[in-house]
Design a protein around this ligand. Structure first.
Ligand SMILES: NC(=[NH2+])NCCC[C@H](N)C(=O)O
Length: 321
């Protein structure tokens, strides 16, 4: 009987099950699979990449500022020029600035990108806006993130809502997560569920006070172990463990600068080097006295939307500290 070659003959010198799984971690795969190290685990490690929304047509839909939680109507050209200027400072410091190119024309607050995206050690969490006047910004952000190839590790869903500025990274193992009008318990639970397996061990809960939307007007790390805080409205129970970790506290010296100058709403380009809204001389001096280098930039037009640099910048890649 004529028979095909037996399986044994075919496999001969190279047979057997050998297509085993690859045990590399997702984080190890970021560069080979996802094209770059899309990894964030602090607010201060050298900034390599961020996502922003240059003010587009949407800011022109604001007629009554109070409808959008704005203080005043923006001059579109001034707003765009100021946006170009501060992102240029980022680029001058080696940051790759990515843009959300398309956005809904009825979502003027979409320029406050941090609220739409939280960077994690393994990619982005796409947030879910709490308010009706912002919900929907995140859909365009998802498309932008997909386009640049950054992995999305979670989209806040179900009954959760969570805006990225309700989180504040402390270090690879520690994060502050705030609940309040812009982040409910379910939203925080979803964020925590994603971060724990990535190696976050300590979550410091922060009850955001009535009248504040986010954390970046209340506290912001400016160096590996230096923290700028609004002293009267940051819970002692958040500060105490940070003190034990060796954090030096820099108390914002002027309420008016915090409230109207967004003096805490700054972006660190590297440990001890920050870009900060201009017009806050007292806070700037306090930072410099603490050994922090400050680059002031004029974002006064953009601040009519009640947000500033930190809110406008979603971090996509920072060097680990
Ligand atoms: N992360 C921030 N502080 N964002 C400020 C957002 C301001 C915007 N008008 C809002 O109420 O949503």
């Amino acid at each position: 009987m004529v028979r095909d070659k037996s399986a044994v003959e075919v496999y001969d010198d190279d047979y057997g099950e050998k297509w085993f799984s690859d045990e590399a971690s997702f984080q190890d795969d970021l560069v080979p699979v996802w094209g770059r190290r899309w990894s964030v685990s602090s607010e201060v490690g050298r900034l390599r990449a961020c996502l922003v929304r240059r003010p587009g047509k949407e800011i022109e839909c604001v007629k009554n500022p109070a409808d959008w939680r704005w203080g005043d109507v923006m001059d579109p050209q001034k707003a765009r020029d100021q946006h170009d200027a501060f992102t240029q400072v980022y680029r001058d410091h080696g940051v790759d600035v990515f843009y959300v190119e398309e956005q809904r024309e009825d979502r003027p607050n979409a320029i406050f990108m941090r609220d739409n995206l939280l960077g994690t050690p393994e990619g982005a969490i796409v947030c879910r806006q709490a308010t009706r006047f912002r919900r929907g910004e995140e859909a365009a952000v998802t498309r932008a993130v997909a386009k640049i190839g950054c992995p999305v590790v979670r989209t806040i869903s179900g009954h959760g809502y969570f805006e990225g500025a309700c989180a504040m990274w402390i270090d690879r193992r520690t994060i502050v997560l705030g609940t309040g009008v812009r982040a409910n318990a379910e939203g925080v639970r979803q964020v925590e569920e994603v971060l724990r397996p990535m190696g976050v061990e300590t979550v410091l809960p922060f009850q955001i006070p009535y009248g504040h939307a986010h954390l970046d007007g209340l506290m912001n790390p400016v160096d590996r172990r230096k923290l700028l805080i609004f002293p009267w409205q940051t819970p002692y129970d958040v500060i105490d463990p940070l003190k034990r970790m060796g954090f030096e506290l820099i108390e914002a010296p002027d309420v008016d600068e915090v409230k109207h100058g967004s003096s805490i709403n700054l972006v660190a380009l590297a440990p001890g080097l920050v870009v900060m809204p201009a017009g806050n001389p007292k806070t700037q001096r306090a930072l410099e006295k603490a050994g922090v280098e400050v680059i002031p930039v004029d974002v006064s037009e953009l601040m009519k939307g009640y947000g500033s640099l930190h809110c406008m910048t979603a971090f996509l890649e920072r060097e680990e500290i």
